[in-house]
Design a protein around this ligand. Structure first.
Ligand SMILES: NC(=O)c1ccc[n+]([C@@H]2O[C@H](COP(=O)([O-])OP(=O)(O)OC[C@H]3O[C@@H](n4cnc5c(N)ncnc54)[C@H](OP(=O)(O)O)[C@@H]3O)[C@@H](O)[C@H]2O)c1
Length: 338
């Protein structure tokens, strides 16, 4: 086992785009577990768009993430040394590990870190997307808020993203006509050909308003919003009577700090007697099993597809964040450390 732990520490706040120089890769001796503690070696980490907000405005916490602290981030890790009766060497652990190679946790005190096992026949990394937070977000967003009916026209933004790709497929399985919006021709082709969308729009090269008019001639029954901003506004202008607009994320605004774009077409919600609801997946944590058991069955039956965008090595964790904020990733961002 290595004797040095490498970790990314936050050194400054992004002014505009996130830069590698906002972090430093520091070294320290691998920590020793005390009584009741375990030493973890991180195997896979992931990044997500709200990290940009957390670094500047603080996002949901309202407090910017502290300078000088190891950057937060979830992943999968292996127990390499245990001084806790319920944990053994080789156990797989999932949860908040931080951008680092090794960490010591006290399982009695650390919330959100748990022993996990991938379902037989499925890769462990599925625990980090379809069977993790992205899957739960898609599942509860759809079933609690979108409430799809067969024949509904269902539009989703960031359709090739970690959450969006699952949303596309669950909506199609519910009998909806799915229109996916994504940021490249390759992503659009995947959403159409592999995820089964009836129509796709590349928002970087096409006129979203004009394309939606052609693809949704009777209006949009459901919009699952991952981006906010102008695309949300454009969709609001084309909702159908009784539409459900589900606010999941606002990635297009995460670089804007406090100056967010506000929708001008919101009064269409009144004309169309429609609803717009935001939700936060952690409010459904007590029902995670419901989502994961259904998503496991769909994965095993080959009814759900996913793709992973893999980088290797602790050196590349900030780059993974930079890539997703530019839309350069294609699939769930994963950084493999072993
Ligand atoms: N409410 C909840 O509980 C909850 C839970 C999880 C995630 N979320 C939110 O859901 C959204 C999707 O999350 P995710 O983890 O699945 O992320 P993701 O879709 O994997 O995020 C990366 C993608 O975002 C798109 N993107 C990047 N910059 C953009 C910009 N300026 N404007 C528009 N799109 C941009 C890019 O796709 P394109 O190339 O297609 O643009 C990029 O590949 C995020 O906003 C996240 O905050 C909410």
């Amino acid at each position: 086992m290595a004797t040095i732990n490498r970790k990314w520490v936050v050194r400054s706040r992004p002014i505009d785009k996130v830069e590698v120089s906002n972090f430093s890769l520091d070294e320290e001796p691998v920590p020793e577990p005390g009584d009741g503690q375990v030493l973890l070696r991180s195997e896979v980490l992931t990044v997500n768009p709200p990290m940009r907000m957390a670094l500047v405005s603080g996002g949901i916490t309202g407090k910017p993430y502290p300078i000088g602290r190891t950057m937060y981030g979830g992943g999968l890790a292996r127990v390499v040394q245990s001084r806790h009766v319920d944990f053994s060497e080789g156990d797989l652990i999932q949860g908040e590990l931080g951008w680092q190679e090794y960490s010591v946790i006290d399982p009695r005190k650390r919330l959100g870190v748990k022993k996990v096992k991938a379902p037989v026949g499925l890769p462990e990394t599925t625990l980090m997307h379809v069977l993790g937070s992205s899957g739960a977000t898609a599942w509860f967003g759809i079933h609690e808020f979108a409430r799809p009916k067969a024949g509904d026209t269902f539009v989703v933004s960031t359709a090739a993203g970690s959450v969006g790709a699952i949303v596309c497929q669950l909506a199609r399985l519910a009998g909806c006509r799915v229109i996916g919006i994504a940021g490249s021709d390759a992503k659009c082709a995947w959403v159409r050909d592999e995820l089964g969308a009836a129509g796709v729009i590349n928002y970087r090269t096409q006129n979203v308003e004009a394309e939606l008019k052609v693809l949704c001639p009777n209006g949009i029954d459901i919009y699952f919003d991952n981006v906010g901003g102008e695309i949300l506004d454009t969709v609001l202008g084309q909702i159908a009577f009784g539409a459900r607009v589900v606010l999941c994320g606002g990635t297009s605004q995460y670089n804007h700090d406090l100056e967010w774009y506000g929708p001008k077409n919101y009064f269409n919600l009144v004309y169309k007697q429609a609803t717009m609801s935001g939700f936060y997946v952690s409010n459904f944590a007590h029902r995670n099993e419901e989502a994961t058991s259904r998503l496991t069955s769909l994965l095993k039956a080959g009814s759900l597809r996913y793709t992973e965008d893999v980088l290797h090595g602790i050196e590349n964790v900030p780059l993974a964040l930079i890539r997703i904020l530019k839309g350069e990733n294609f699939g769930v961002p994963l950084i493999k450390l072993v």
